[in-house]
Design a protein around this ligand. Structure first.
Ligand code: COA
Length: 381
């Protein structure tokens, strides 16, 4: 069989690879629905635990289902001594995404249900992974700063406990709200690179933890999840000057962007494969960022943020994606820049695991074709 080059869909752009009932991205109406609900509504009205149950089960939980899940989640947060020892053995200058990837692999090896691919076992594994990730992410940031592990607190919900385990204090309600909004917005986004990776691995009937480990690898790249970290590196390159006015910061940001575009640089946090007129999640995340800028009194960050976005829009009409407001929000909360993508891992754990279960419910091995463009047949002399 021969394939014309024009038949090749490089990067699978525009290819519809399967159906999904988990989320619907509509770039024309700039909307994103999780199981039919607009993501903005979920971010405003629901906890991250409710959104997780929605993605896995197809419907929002009632009070009893939510209480049962919260009881489960709050008692499955602790790092086992073996997992803590593995994390401790990793260099403190490796990327935190390497720690997440390794931790999920270890959790798979430790899970007695690891090889059980029944829907019940996979839902249980999904809930355990959801509950375990915050301790991995929080402890990894702490150990890099020379700080000790903080044990989880069962009386706190997911987001309060996540921030408590990272920083040692229960967060102010304003900070918790902005964090929860980011978790909900990052939870799911149809067949993106990491989710498709998870589905591809699951399609070979490999186990849930293998699929999630692969997804974490895919998310690490700056063209995907690594962009929230890269956005902060841009802010750092321009220089964050706490005593600067909003106007001065905006001016410097514009100058930086003009120069970057003149040098034909790809500026992280802008553009999207699917959304060409703006990312549906940005207005909600941006308003959470603006709340944090006000809460922490850091107007110079607003100048940098607006300066870059305005210049990019004027020069190329390219809009920010979710990573653009999420990066500086996490910075203001006190997360290290390299921890941003692991926060995305904790959030996307919900979508990834939901997709693995959906793939397995109606599986077909994912195996596309390739058009050979190497040498013609030849023989060893
Ligand atoms: N900075 C500067 N130019 C950009 C850009 C960016 N962030 N994103 C897209 N463009 C430009 C490209 O240079 C290209 O211009 P050209 O036609 O003159 O060559 C055009 O817009 C199309 O870009 P392309 O990379 O082909 O689009 P895509 O759909 O393949 O890429 C991304 C989508 C996300 C990979 C791309 O926008 C990007 O690399 N963004 C930065 C990384 C990022 O923020 N990723 C997180 C995504 S949620």
């Amino acid at each position: 069989m021969t394939t014309n080059n024009e038949d090749i869909k490089k990067g699978l752009a525009g290819v519809v690879a399967d159906t999904t009932a988990i989320s619907k991205v509509n770039p024309d109406t700039n909307s994103l629905l999780y199981r039919g609900y607009p993501v903005q509504e979920l971010a405003a009205k629901c906890s991250f635990e409710e959104v997780a149950l929605l993605l896995w089960n197809g419907d929002l939980p009632d009070q009893d289902e939510l209480t049962e899940f919260r009881d489960f989640e709050s008692t499955h947060r602790e790092l086992s001594p073996e997992l803590k020892a593995v994390i401790d053995a990793l260099p403190t200058d490796c990327h935190p995404m390497d720690v997440c990837r390794t931790a999920v692999s270890v959790l798979g090896a430790q899970d007695p249900e690891s090889e059980d691919d029944s829907p019940e076992a996979n839902l249980l594994k999904s809930k355990k992974l959801f509950a375990a990730m915050p301790a991995v992410v929080a402890y990894d940031q702490r150990r890099r700063r020379g700080d000790a592990l903080i044990a989880p607190r069962e009386d706190l919900d997911y987001c309060d406990n996540f921030l408590y385990m990272t920083f040692g204090d229960v967060p102010a309600p304003e900070v918790k709200t902005a964090f929860q909004v980011s978790m909900v917005l990052y939870a799911e986004h149809s067949f993106n690179c990491s989710t498709f990776t998870a589905r591809t691995i699951a399609s070979s009937l490999a186990d849930m933890h293998s699929a999630i480990t692969g997804a974490i690898g895919a998310l690490k790249g700056p063209l995907h999840g690594g962009a929230n970290e890269a956005v902060m590196n841009t802010f750092d390159e321009i220089g964050i000057r706490k005593d600067e006015s909003e106007k001065e910061a905006e001016h410097r940001a514009k100058e930086w962007m003009d120069q970057a575009l003149a040098e034909k640089k790809k500026v992280m946090g802008f553009g999207h494969r699917v959304y060409k007129h703006g990312d549906s999640r940005v207005p909600t995340m941006q308003s959470a960022l603006f709340d944090m800028i006000k809460y922490f009194g850091r107007e110079e960050m607003l100048g940098l943020y607006n300066g870059l976005a305005k210049s990019m829009d004027e020069a190329k009409g390219i809009k920010p994606n979710l990573d653009y407001p999420a990066g500086p929000t996490y910075h203001l909360m006190g997360f290290d820049t390299q921890t941003f993508t692991p926060l995305f891992v904790a959030a996307r754990m919900t979508g990834w695991t939901a997709h693995v279960m959906e793939q397995l419910a109606d599986n077909s091995l994912i195996r596309p074709l390739s058009a050979y463009n190497g040498p013609d047949e030849r023989h060893v002399k």
